[in-house]
Ligand binder design. Structure first.
Ligand SMILES: *Cc1c(COP(=O)(O)O)cnc(C)c1O
Length: 221
């Protein structure tokens, strides 16, 4: 087994264990492998190991990578901060955008076909990505007006230093409020390499796992 295959197997096992701990069906949890900064060949290796969901976070890197991998069948997720002027292009080559966090982005996506998560800021720092929890229902209503967009649910990143579990609990409560008006928008994109167990215990349906599977990222250019 390669080291990559070993790490993947280990994370898959831990996801199963956490699902069992939460009395959840692991089949309802999608594990996205975040391949940012890694070459297309790593995506091919992961695909050979059965991975079908991949995450990228920078448009200038993601577009050529996705295009060079046209021969593999995969679901592509855009998880990084998104500039409004790049949004339409990103929507043309990914299946899901996890970082919709303001109405200018919703407007920029008018006329595109893409599934979206509203990203919620789970920290006290307004400079971090994500809408304030108070803004979720308003943004969701704007998304619902565009026929090409399908709202899957909410996405969040736990604070760097704080505890992940209470942050994920906050996102879960926001999700429950959203589902009162939009019962289909029930997905929860939360949990990264260091905190996916906590995310699964709080109901995550989409994990975004990078380094725990890929190994350390080559340093950003
Ligand atoms: C990079 C990234 C991840 C993966 O992070 P790891 O700590 O490597 O698992 C998940 N979500 C977002 C938004 C990211 O930018």
């Amino acid at each position: 087994m390669t080291e990559l295959a070993e790490r993947l197997a280990e994370v898959r096992g831990s996801v199963k264990d956490a699902a069992a701990e939460a009395a959840r069906d692991p089949g309802e949890i999608t594990m996205i492998v975040v391949t940012k900064f890694h070459p297309a060949d790593l995506v091919r290796e992961l695909h050979d190991l059965g991975v079908r969901d991949f995450g990228e976070s920078r448009h200038q890197e993601a577009r050529p990578k996705v295009e060079s991998l046209a021969e593999i069948s995969a679901t592509w997720h855009f998880v990084g901060q998104l500039q409004s002027k790049k949004a339409r292009q990103v929507a043309s080559y990914v299946d899901m955008i996890h970082s919709l966090d303001r109405s200018s982005l919703v407007k920029a996506l008018d006329g595109t076909q893409v599934e979206v998560f509203i990203e919620v800021n789970l920290t006290d720092d307004p400079s971090r990505g994500g809408a304030s929890p108070d803004a979720v229902l308003e943004l969701a209503a704007q998304v619902a007006e565009l026929p090409g967009l399908r709202l899957r649910g909410l996405m969040g990143v736990a604070p760097r230093d704080g505890q992940a579990r209470p942050a994920f609990a906050l996102l879960r409560r926001s999700s429950e409020q959203l589902q009162v008006v939009m019962p289909d928008a029930s997905d929860l994109s939360m949990g990264m390499s260091g905190d996916y167990r906590e995310a699964i215990l709080e109901g995550a349906t989409h994990l975004r796992i990078g380094a725990a599977i890929t190994g350390n990222r080559p340093t950003a250019g």
